[in-house]
Design a binder for this molecule. Structure first.
Ligand code: MG
Length: 160
């Protein structure tokens, strides 16, 4: 089964910019109730979508005080636990990050490594693509960041 996820956050000065659990050197970071890791939020929705389990807002409402500044890796870990219960394995994860600045080239491998460890899948089953929005729209004007993620999951024991 495949699942698709999308997330976006406003970028503001004085906040950290985290992507896939990796801290990015940046003048601004994501405004959010949690730590604002846009990539991990898109990943959560992709995993939930593939498993038919709804969306991140249903599982971890931003009205909940306990998720204030929460480490988004916790959300992913919890969802992986739900997949395990359904005997589902992650096959691969493919991500596209839209961010005008900074350029993410030097962070891509670290992000892959982080997601590979978090999801307990091999490094080469995680792919990270990063691009700008060519100066257009909210990403292009550096008002925000957007991330798209797709993943495949399979029932344990079935062929890849
Ligand atoms: Mg989010």
């Amino acid at each position: 089964m495949v699942g698709f996820g999308y997330d976006s956050h406003k970028l503001v000065p004085g906040r950290k910019l985290l992507l896939g659990g990796v801290l990015i050197e940046s003048e601004s970071g994501a405004m959010a109730h949690s730590d604002g890791d846009t990539l991990l939020h898109a990943l959560c929705d992709a995993l939930l979508g593939a498993a038919g389990l709804g969306d991140i807002g249903e599982l971890f409402p931003d009205s909940e005080i306990k998720y204030k500044d929460a480490d988004s890796k916790i959300f992913v870990k919890e969802i992986i636990g739900l997949l395990k219960k359904k005997s589902l394995n992650i096959v691969n994860i493919d991500v596209t990050i839209l961010l005008e600045k900074p350029k993410l080239n030097k962070y891509k491998q670290a992000i892959r490594q982080s997601i590979s460890e978090l999801c307990k899948i091999p490094f080469d089953r995680v792919n990270i693509k990063a691009k700008t929005n060519e100066g257009m729209g909210f990403v292009g004007h550096s008002e925000g960041i957007a991330v798209y993620c797709i993943c495949e999951i399979q029932t344990k024991g079935s062929d890849l």
